[in-house]
Design a protein around this ligand. Structure first.
Ligand code: CTP
Ligand code: MG
Length: 258
């Protein structure tokens, strides 16, 4: 019996009945220009372990995730495969590695193209968010299982946001044109979770360059909902983020020791 044929009185998927299978696509093909020179960002280490391996473990730690597709730097698929072989990962999870593309969007699409049949829920998770807690991953999957076609983890903003007119030239001031009501704004993270058919349609249809997958689903006119994000799901983007990530890992190690 498929999920949508189950009567409403059926127990929630998370409570143990056979549920739609979930795969995670991890775009990891970016260079990490804002982090500075060096190896591709996903291969940089945190606590001695490549960021990508942290991100893969964060997905595989969810018992609902049975396949992880890693989208490697275009010339780095073999290296990523050997990294996955060299690190301990849960036996219950399958892994695939595919080479990525020139934009995040293209990399995600290449990951989706590699998905075998039988996975009805797809998570898309940035390799650059290595420390997302498993409870956040499970909350996203739970909301998709409950019927949302697209789910994003979201947090309120700490900073006030200004909309500006682009500067006339380098070094020129930008004019502020608006201050959106901060209480209505959210910073969104990954993993973003989708009904697979909806995400595939979005990637076939939307050609604008976007920075997240949910906005493509918005463009289709389908509903996108939020679940609470987590401060440890921050994206490693600039050098200071590496220091924060190392500190989070050190705190986890301390806590695990007690
Ligand atoms: N990504 C990707 N393929 C690309 C570009 C980005 O798979 N062509 C991935 C990155 O590897 C990262 C995620 O998308 O895991 C989020 O992108 P971002 O944080 O912007 O990473 P980079 O593009 O690598 O960094 P930068 O923009 O500073 O170069
Ligand atoms: Mg980028």
């Amino acid at each position: 019996m498929s999920d949508d044929q189950l009567p409403p009185s059926s127990p929630h998927p998370a409570s143990g009945r056979t549920a739609a299978r979930t795969a995670a696509v991890i775009p990891a093909a970016g260079r990490g220009v804002r982090l500075g020179p060096g190896v591709p960002k996903a291969l940089r280490t945190l606590g001695g372990t490549p960021m990508l391996i942290h991100a893969v473990r964060a997905m595989a730690d969810s018992r609902a995730v049975s396949l992880v597709v890693v989208v490697a730097p275009p010339d780095g698929a073999a290296e990523v495969k050997s990294l996955l072989d060299a690190h301990a990962l849960p036996d219950r999870t399958d892994f695939l590695v595919v080479p990525g593309g020139g934009t995040r969007q293209e990399s995600v699409r290449l990951g989706l193209d590699a998905l075998p049949p039988g996975y009805d829920i797809v998570l898309v998770h940035d390799a650059a968010r290595p420390l997302v807690p498993v409870d956040t991953v499970d909350a996203v999957i739970g909301a998709v299982r409950d019927g949302a076609p697209a789910v994003v983890p979201a947090l309120p903003l700490a900073d006030t946001v200004k909309q500006v007119e682009p500067a006339a030239g380098p070094g020129e001031p930008e004019s502020v044109v608006a201050t959106p009501d901060r209480s209505l704004l959210r910073a969104v993270q990954t993993p973003q979770g989708f009904d697979r058919a909806t995400l595939e349609r979005a990637h076939r249809t939307v050609k604008d360059n976007v920075t997240d997958d949910a906005s493509m689903v918005e463009q289709l006119g389908r509903a996108v909902v939020t679940v609470p994000g987590h401060e440890e799901a921050f994206k490693v983007t600039r050098p200071l983020d590496l220091i924060l990530a190392e500190a989070v890992l050190a705190r986890r190690r301390l806590n695990d020791g007690f």
